[in-house]
Ligand binder design. Structure first.
Ligand SMILES: C=C(CC[C@@H](C)[C@H]1CC[C@H]2C3=CC[C@H]4[C@H](C)[C@@H](O)CC[C@]4(C)[C@H]3CC[C@]12C)C(C)C
Ligand SMILES: C[S@@+](CC[C@H](N)C(=O)[O-])C[C@H]1O[C@@H](n2cnc3c(N)ncnc32)[C@H](O)[C@@H]1O
Length: 325
């Protein structure tokens, strides 16, 4: 379970759960905002192994593609990000919230660029480095442990940047966008795949509210943003918005199909996890984490089916050549 010692897993899970199950207003209260990155780190200590085991090395969704595997659909979704920011050999590209590096390896292989990833989770850094080496991409894929709200990189040191389903963990989007803006060279492009509520979401519909709250508490989110807030924030920190679209809309095929189809597999996984915990091979607490993920999967597919939520609101931005006066 990530960097958590066996005996602490259950306590850490309880701490995580009591933090994120509270109303959103309490989490976004000024003092608690500063605690969010630490709880996000705990979350990834708890879920990273299960995600890799049950999903793969890319921790994000992608539209299904008829006749193609999930792996192919995932790779194409990642390559789209590389193409949008014109990643190519000789360019230094930043991966904001890189997980265990599935997208980073696909993008380095596809574009020939040098990719530097940042994640707050030490365990993911170790996993990503091991995967990079195994894939023979370690010379073009670097991984740094750090907070994307205060990045350990020089101003204007990257030729492009992308974030795939990661900035949703930031309590204030402007804090991470401002950091990305700072480290990009003038003229460089940034693409982000954002988790947002869509125009179909109704705050006065209790079923909608329950779905969105379920997504937030099971995915370590301090509060989902509305689709129309994203471009506003990008402009506020100085970006020009080149393009914005919801990649989940038709003609795209549903992104939640695999999540929904997997229900039988989750029950089987649940038995495996419970047996491992009973035999004391897996730490106490892992069963609770797995149960939380089963419930989260249900909320996510409800969000997809009702159309009130999308994990792929794409925004493409440019840092202007000349700073705005
Ligand atoms: C971007 C984020 C993560 C998105 C997805 C990668 C994950 C969201 C929900 C996860 C899962 C739910 C059910 C799990 C299942 C019960 C287990 O047996 C196997 C793993 C799951 C399928 C797991 C895999 C990853 C997700 C789909 C967030 C955090 C911002
Ligand atoms: C859902 S995962 C996506 C990972 C990767 N983009 C992918 O698609 O496989 C979100 C990532 O954001 C990272 N993250 C969240 N908050 C962070 C923060 N404040 N600073 C750095 N990384 C953060 C997590 O550690 C995790 O690696």
């Amino acid at each position: 379970m990530g960097s958590i010692t066996r005996d602490k897993v259950q306590d850490k899970y309880k701490q995580y759960w009591s933090f994120f199950r509270r109303p959103k207003e309490d989490i976004v209260a000024a003092s608690d905002n500063d605690d969010v990155p630490a709880f996000v780190d705990t979350f990834y200590n708890l879920v990273t192994d299960i995600y890799e085991w049950g999903w793969g090395q890319s921790f994000h969704f992608s539209p299904s593609i008829p006749g193609r595997s999930h792996r192919d659909a995932t790779r194409l979704h990642e390559e789209r990000a590389a193409d949008l920011i014109a990643a190519r050999p000789g360019r230094r590209i930043l991966d904001v919230g890189c997980g265990v590096g599935g997208p980073m390896r696909a993008i380095a292989a596809h574009s020939g660029a040098h990719v530097v990833g940042i994640t707050i989770n030490e365990y993911q850094v170790a996993r990503a480095r091991a995967h990079n080496r195994k894939a023979g991409l370690h010379e073009r894929c670097e991984v740094v442990c750090g907070n994307f709200l205060e990045m350990p990189f020089d101003d204007a040191s990257f030729d492009g940047a992308y974030s795939i389903e990661a900035t949703c963990h930031a309590p204030r989007l402007e804090d991470v966008y401002r950091e990305v803006f700072r480290v990009l060279k003038p003229g460089a492009l940034y693409v982000s795949y954002e988790w947002v509520t869509t125009a179909l979401y109704r705050a006065d519909n209790p079923a909608h509210v329950e779905t969105i709250r379920g997504i937030e508490r099971g995915d370590a989110l301090p509060g989902l943003r509305a689709h129309h807030e994203i471009a506003e924030v990008a402009r506020q920190v100085g970006f020009e918005v080149v393009e914005e679209r919801d990649q989940a809309l038709p003609p795209a095929e549903p992104w939640w199909t695999r999540l929904k189809m997997g229900r039988i597999a989750y029950r089987r996984n649940h038995l495996v996890v419970s047996a491992l915990a009973a035999l004391r091979i897996a730490p106490k607490g892992v069963v609770d984490v797995h149960e939380m993920l089963c419930e989260t999967a249900r909320h996510l597919s409800d969000g997809g089916e009702t159309g009130i939520f999308t994990p792929m609101h794409i925004i493409l931005c440019r840092k202007p050549l000349v700073p705005a006066s």
